[in-house]
Design a protein around this ligand. Sequence first.
Ligand code: 5GP
Length: 190
Amino acid sequence: MKALRERILRDGKSLPGGILKVDSFINHQMDPNLMRQVAVEFIRRFASERITKVITIEASGIAPAVMLGLLLDVPVVFAKKKKPSTMQGMLTTRVRSFTKQLDYDVVVSAEYLGADDRVLFVDDFLANGNAACGIADLCRQAGCTLVGMGFIIEKEFQHGREQIHSLGLDLRIESLAIVESLDGCGIKLK
Ligand code: 5GP
């Protein structure tokens, strides 16, 4: 995705601790046109997967997930970081936050993930893979089929892909931009 790569190099900021700040087009201010291009590219890459539902984690995964759900005409579920008092049939898993360095519970209602569902997880970043593994656990509990994971940006040097593969699941992982290094406050893309 040339447009995404160019945008990361132009507007992304490499922060200490291996964090890439993309607040001007993904994480705070959003560029809907870029999000649409991201969704179109995910659809191209997962075209053979017969996706019935998109899942993400609040908050920053919601924008690409909704764009994808809109174009695929399928529902979008977002796992919540706080348990709502009204939620029934709650499935829960514990996830370590990369940016905040603390553990939190992620919940989703079993009502919205059925055994017939073929689910695609999308998120803004793949870092250590903790959020992705949490979602895989929720899908396992729900009994739905997790067919793939799509990330806008993967930070390869944090090895999230290996962590997901270590779950031994048969799923496809696609990242639209892969960061090789953020050393010295630079941004090196693959
Ligand atoms: P993981 O669970 O793979 O370690 O981290 C993924 C989650 O942490 C993503 O949902 C994303 O919100 C956040 N995250 C990880 N790395 C970065 C980063 O470099 N920049 C930003 N903005 N968020 C990140």
